[in-house]
Design a protein around this ligand. Structure first.
Ligand code: NCD
Length: 305
């Protein structure tokens, strides 16, 4: 049994193993022949924050593999958390019912707190502004498929780099690969936390920080757009000021390379114009679909199959 808590626990060999297994899942699904390895297993989805893709793809993954799902969709108000129950107590209870827990929580570090008391694997489906490791694995799966490789790439990461947990975990995984360079495009209020810059320095990945979107766009092999994370702001006015700091539109399409790949973990709320969707370089809907294959692979991995 293995917990999946942060991108830092993955090395290249493990990433490759998960991506390979996800590829097999994609094939098996296309043939309609998925090994029912989760038959008799119950997956609990405990979500204390809104989700569309992550929760539904985890649930679909469990069902496709023959497992069953119990679900807490709106945990902050629908569960005993509302009455004040601690995350440790909730985890102790649910781990007595289910074989694996998928958890999303608004507070940083809560997946780790849950894992510390859980006799069954805990998968972090996003903890506050901290980490979102399963999103990162589907990001890497998509990059490999769309760009053909995971190394020697230039990434423009754009938007909310302070609170964007997908950025934090995805750059951590990408920094394992030689030759990867990063251009961080963010307003000064939403710059990447220092600890990630320290990691890149340690791993000798070069990076620059800028507020100029055009600078990032022209060099990027992969453009990774993000939503400004409204729910992490204490001031609504500050959010309103920053929410559309960068918009990727038709004009941006003319600035990027012919071979570039455009990613976004989604949901988007205006930072990618809909007019971009029909461009073949817009990969974000394919990216979301890849989440299913990767999460099927992760359920098997976490359960030690
Ligand atoms: C992301 C998240 O929850 O961090 N969404 C997702 O899981 N696909 C990104 C976001 O909400 O902006």
């Amino acid at each position: 049994m293995k917990h999946i808590l942060s991108a830092g626990q993955f090395n290249k060999a493990l990433i490759e193993k998960i991506l390979e297994s996800a590829g097999k899942m994609e094939k098996a699904l296309s043939k309609g022949k998925v090994p029912q390895k989760l038959a008799g297993k119950i997956v609990a989805c405990l979500f204390f924050e809104p989700s569309t893709r992550t929760r539904l793809s985890f649930e679909t993954a469990a069902l496709r593999l023959g497992g069953q799902v119990i679900d807490m969709e709106n945990g902050s108000v629908s569960s005993s958390a509302f009455k004040g129950e601690s995350i440790s107590d909730t985890t102790k209870i649910v781990s007595g019912f289910a074989d694996l827990i998928v958890m999303r929580h608004p507070q940083d570090g809560f997946a780790e707190l849950a894992a510390a008391v859980s006799p069954v694997p805990v998968i972090n489906a996003g903890d506050g502004g901290n980490q979102h490791p399963t999103q990162s694995l589907l990001d890497l799966y998509t990059i490999k498929k769309e760009a053909g490789r995971l190394r020697d790439l230039t990434f423009a990461m754009v938007g909310d780099l302070l609170y964007g947990r997908t950025i934090h975990s995805t750059l951590t995984m990408l920094s394992l690969y030689p030759g990867n360079k990063f251009i961080f495009v963010a307003p000064k209020q939403l710059k990447l936390p220092q600890k990630y810059k320290d990691l890149l320095k340690k791993r000798k990945n070069s990076f620059v920080e800028t507020e100029d979107l055009a600078e990032g766009l022209k060099q990027a092999d992969v453009v990774y757009m993000t939503r400004v994370q409204k729910e992490r702001f204490s001031s609504k006015a500050e959010y309103e000021k920053l929410k559309l700091a960068y918009v990727f539109d038709k004009k941006a399409l003319r600035q990027i390379k012919k071979s570039a790949v455009i990613l976004h973990a989604l949901p988007r709320v205006g930072e990618i114009a809909e007019e971009v969707d029909k461009d073949p370089r817009a990969a974000y809907f394919r990216q979301a679909k890849n989440g299913l294959y990767v999460r099927m692979a992760l359920l098997e991995y976490a359960l030690g199959m």
